[in-house]
Design a protein around this ligand. Structure first.
Ligand SMILES: NC(=O)c1ccc[n+]([C@@H]2O[C@H](COP(=O)([O-])OP(=O)(O)OC[C@H]3O[C@@H](n4cnc5c(N)ncnc54)[C@H](O)[C@@H]3O)[C@@H](O)[C@H]2O)c1
Length: 437
């Protein structure tokens, strides 16, 4: 891809469109509203807290990322979304039980003003939820047209000059791409015929791409990572990214596994289990939705450890992932990992990780960064799969001829080097031999 010659400035209001106004979406919106008023700190967000080193270490140039690349300001974000329940963002946030009352009350007026638009919802894709705030239409093509009308109306009504979308809706049942998903024209025909393999999230993604709105997929569903959507994204010059926010246990896995592998320590088994009790956990209690999540979570270790290159160290690895819906915990997820590893002369060792995390608190800053970076990408003329945003995902989208990159630290380097490349700065190699000549 060509280096952008210019990046359009981040002028005017940016519509942030969120299919799914549940725990993650409302925690994100409330956090931005609090940060705007200096009532909270956007911890976990690279765009708000991060810095970037430029040039040699002796130059001591380390600006904040927000001062280096032209990002939209928090004050310019204007939130909207769709949900199958009528609750406004305040009511939904109260229901989600993530943020404390003192936080929610401080931004109640802003949150209450965000009323979800009616959702596109064919219930066979999310079997545990029964919402009624839904659209009616004779075909899936008409559903897409209604979503496109929503997008245009939202942008116009709120005086925005551009938009970005992040799927924060529920995890759908496991599906695979078929011939309908092969080309843009076969997908259009499938929409007209209401093909049963076209899912809710695919209809949102299609409508957003057609409106040239950059789209990121926070769930593990097949929403945009199929050939027809990638073709549309390239043709309409829209950036896309996905999938499945990398938050609790998988975040830890992609920190620990590259570390063990870098020291050539062997791993025989990795058993991961979680309990969580939020609505996401309830949806994942359905085996068909869990299957989608499981596939996304399992892919990580295989690519990091490269069993084919290191059969002695990782050839026999057994990797298991479990999630149990346990209502008393709400959004406060607890994850346990048992790692059976081995060292010098095959001597066995064990490592246990017990991460008491908060799902939506870890996901909210990811949504913010994706919004700001995807908007930047579009203003810089980048389009199609944005692999440099792999940093944020459990199952990063990638070109068909290569593997996904899961190692968090390689992902971070890729992200920062892409920012340097966009701004005509030298990428960092970390070679460093120039200091010793
Ligand atoms: N929180 C995390 O750490 C994390 C990590 C990775 C992925 N995710 C994914 O992010 C998504 C959101 O998580 P959450 O905790 O906010 O879940 P949630 O259940 O609180 O919110 C999801 C919302 O989507 C709505 N919804 C479902 N289908 C819809 C449709 N077709 N159109 C519009 N709205 C629809 C639901 O009514 C619900 O309000 C889930 O797919 C989850 O798997 C979350």
């Amino acid at each position: 891809m060509k280096r952008p010659s210019t990046i359009a400035p981040a002028k005017g209001k940016l519509a942030v469109l969120l299919p799914g106004l549940g725990a993650v979406a409302t925690t994100f919106i409330a956090g931005v509203a609090l940060a705007r008023r200096n009532l909270g700190t956007p911890v976990g967000s690279l765009t708000q807290m991060g810095t970037i080193r430029l040039g040699k270490r002796t130059e001591k140039r380390t600006p904040k990322i927000a001062d280096f690349v032209p990002l939209a300001g928090l004050g310019d974000l204007c939130f909207g979304g769709w949900d199958i329940f009528e609750d406004d963002a305040y009511a939904s946030a109260v229901h989600a039980h993530v943020l404390r009352a003192e936080h929610l009350e401080a931004v109640k007026t802003e949150l209450s003003a965000i009323q979800p638009m009616k959702a596109v919802f064919y219930p066979e894709f999310v079997k545990r939820l029964h919402g009624t705030h839904t659209k009616r239409a004779p075909s899936k093509a008409d559903m897409v047209n209604q979503l496109r009308a929503d997008i245009r109306a939202f942008i116009q009504k709120n005086g925005c000059n551009r938009a970005v979308a992040v799927w924060c809706g529920s995890t759908e049942i496991y599906t695979e791409a078929n011939e309908v998903h092969a080309t843009a024209s076969s997908f259009e025909k499938g929409l007209l015929a209401s093909d049963p393999s076209i899912t809710n999230s695919q209809m949102y993604a299609w409508a957003l791409l057609k409106e040239r709105v950059p789209f990121a997929n926070g769930s593990p569903n097949l929403a945009v990572d199929f050939p027809a959507a990638c073709e549309l994204a390239r043709e309409f010059r829209v950036p896309v990214a996905g999938k499945d926010f990398k938050t609790g246990q998988t975040l830890m896995k992609t920190i620990v596994a590259p570390g063990l592998k870098s020291r050539m320590l062997g791993i025989r088994g990795w058993y991961s289990t979680n309990i969580l009790g939020n609505r996401d956990g309830e949806v994942l209690d359905d085996p068909e939705s869990f299957r989608t999540k499981e596939v996304s979570k399992l892919s990580v270790l295989d690519t990091i450890l490269e069993r084919e290159l290191y059969p002695k160290l990782y050839g026999d690895l057994v990797h298991k992932v479990r999630i149990d819906y346990y209502p008393p915990r709400g959004d406060d997820k607890e994850g346990w990992d048992n790692i059976d590893l081995f060292g010098w002369l095959d001597y066995p060792m064990q490592m246990k990780i017990n991460f008491l995390c908060r799902d939506s608190i870890l996901a909210a800053p990811i949504v913010l960064d994706l919004v700001l970076f995807l908007d930047l990408a579009q203003r810089a003329g980048l389009h199609g799969i944005q692999e440099w945003l792999s940093f944020y995902f459990k199952s990063p989208m990638h070109a068909p001829q290569i593997n996904a990159e899961h190692d968090l630290f390689i992902q971070q380097k890729k992200l920062k080097n892409t920012l340097r490349w966009m701004m005509n700065e030298e990428p960092l190699t970390h070679l460093g031999n120039e200091y010793y000549q």
